[in-house]
Design a protein around this ligand. Sequence first.
Ligand code: FMN
Length: 194
Amino acid sequence: MSEYIVALTGASGAVYGIRLLRELLRREHTVHLVVSEAAYIVLGQEMDLHFERKPHLWREYLPGDLRVYSNKDIGARIASGSYITAGMIVIPCTMATISGLACGSSGNLTERAADVMMKEKRKLIVIPRETPLNSIHLKNMLALSEMGVHIIPAMPAFYHKPQSIEDMVDFIVSKALDALGIENSLYNRYSGQE
Ligand SMILES: Cc1cc2nc3c(=O)[nH]c(=O)nc-3n(C[C@H](O)[C@H](O)[C@H](O)COP(=O)(O)O)c2cc1C
């Protein structure tokens, strides 16, 4: 089994992060979870989850090998390149965090752990969520893409004929798992015109 870092930031779409966490833990991977202060606000508003400073609630809600960190915990093991993981995913990812990653600020644990991924040439996947996008957002995403970061916008498709919000969420989570190299069949993949 592998170890992954998952960061939830304060963009709309907390459900994407929760769904990805369930999929990783169900496959018995170890997950190091970093949650920003803004992400806790969104988790409360969108999913009625009020888990700030309550790691035991996270572990009850998401069974498996889940280790929860504050975004301020800059001394955590995942802040160091000497701690090896199979990849990191920021889901959903705000434009604020995209900006921090693009300029290498390392001002909190999410930004530092992601910076480590980039400097060590490990897998880093971000799932940005904002609309419309301004030129700063676009330039920051281009800078990340040029450094090898996978950019998978939270942009659901309709060709697989989603029947529910869950189906639309699964489409994005499936793309994230694909980028991590984790086999999955969360949605009906396109198989050509009949
Ligand atoms: C309910 C709510 C929804 C938000 N949605 C978004 C969003 O979709 N995209 C985004 O870039 N910022 C969004 N924000 C703003 C970010 O949360 C804010 O910029 C925050 O400082 C980001 O911090 P973080 O990246 O450390 O989580 C939202 C804020 C709130 C309270």
